[in-house]
Write a protein that binds this ligand. Structure first.
Ligand SMILES: C[S@@+](CC[C@H](N)C(=O)[O-])C[C@H]1O[C@@H](n2cnc3c(N)ncnc32)[C@H](O)[C@@H]1O
Length: 294
């Protein structure tokens, strides 16, 4: 089964559960990622057209349309789009939703100021990522922002589990550690981006990933420097990085309810008090990066 077919089937079956997760009041990564997009929205200062790629159940698109912006979401799972439309009616929102693959739609050149893709690039191959970056570069206006969520490959150091073992096996661990140290020690985001832009490791990739609890064979992970290099090829520079899901607990013990609650509290503190504090990135299972089109 192809990766994208598996993804479409998985999210088609998961729409109701995803909607409940997105509306959860306790710490959740969906809200955390969406808040980083809202921060980029405010930093841009003049967003008129917004697109959410892989919009899921539509919370972000609806929130941004409420800020007086033409906002649309695209998702190839029909069940997700059905929930989006229900949520838009409940919120009395003008947000538009399109059921299609981002690889199959025709979108006008230079038509968006801000494009978000959260929980999306982990489900596409590296070849599809290159194609996606080409599309982003074409449809964003100059100085527009692409705000992209990624599973964090640097977290494979801190997780100390089968992912860490894989990185050791394929000989990538020392380079990952060097990058994590650079992230942790950079005094500012601008100096961090300068340092990471000079990294030229070609990190090996494992042939397969351990199962993540989501029934899609591979959920790709990147380090910040890997994404910076890929975006640079299509004319983007990094402008912000946000740690997502600060995760300082041994994962194997999180079946304990009290520990899990403490972990959620800590993740919430980082999300609310340190939303764009890069020093937390090596300890976070995901990150969001904003890139500016030159
Ligand atoms: C992990 S969910 C994230 C949903 C939402 N962005 C959020 O953060 O709550 C990923 C979504 O991407 C959609 N998706 C994956 N590949 C896609 C593609 N090629 N075109 C459109 N949607 C896609 C899936 O159907 C799924 O709803």
């Amino acid at each position: 089964m192809s990766q994208q077919y598996e993804t479409q089937k998985y999210f088609g079956d998961e729409a109701e559960r995803w909607d409940a997760q997105a509306k959860k009041l306790q710490y959740n990564t969906i809200t955390d990622r969406n808040n980083s997009v809202l921060d980029s929205f405010r930093r841009h200062g003049n967003v008129k057209n917004f697109l959410d790629v892989g919009c899921g159940t539509g919370q972000l698109t609806i929130q941004i349309s409420g800020l007086g912006v033409e906002a649309s979401g695209i998702d190839f799972a029909q069940e997700m789009i059905d929930v989006c439309r229900k949520n838009a009616i409940t919120a009395n929102s003008t947000a538009k939703f399109n059921c299609a693959s981002i690889f199959d739609v025709s979108l006008l050149d230079s038509s968006f100021d801000l494009i978000s893709a959260q929980g999306f690039i982990e489900y596409i191959s590296e070849l599809e990522l290159t194609k996606f970056l080409g599309t982003l570069s074409r449809i964003l206006k100059k100085d527009g922002q692409a705000v992209i969520g990624s599973r964090n490959r640097l977290f494979n150091i801190a997780s100390m589990n089968e992912y860490t073992l894989l990185e050791v096996e394929i000989g990538a661990i020392a380079n990952l550690l060097a990058e994590a140290i650079a992230v942790q020690m950079s005094p500012s985001q601008q100096s961090l981006f300068k340092t990471l832009s000079q990294f030229s490791f070609d990190l090996n990739r494992p042939a397969a990933h351990p199962h993540t609890g989501i029934d899609v064979a591979t959920r790709y992970q990147y380090t910040p420097s890997e994404l910076i290099a890929k975006f640079r090829e299509v004319g983007f520079v990094p402008s912000q990085i946000y740690p997502i899901n600060f995760h300082p607990m041994p994962q194997s013990l999180l079946t304990n309810e009290k520990l899990l609650q403490t972990k959620d509290q800590l993740s919430s503190v980082v999300a609310s008090e340190y939303p764009n504090t890069h020093q937390f990135v090596p300890y976070s299972s995901s990150f969001v990066m904003a890139f500016t089109k030159q």
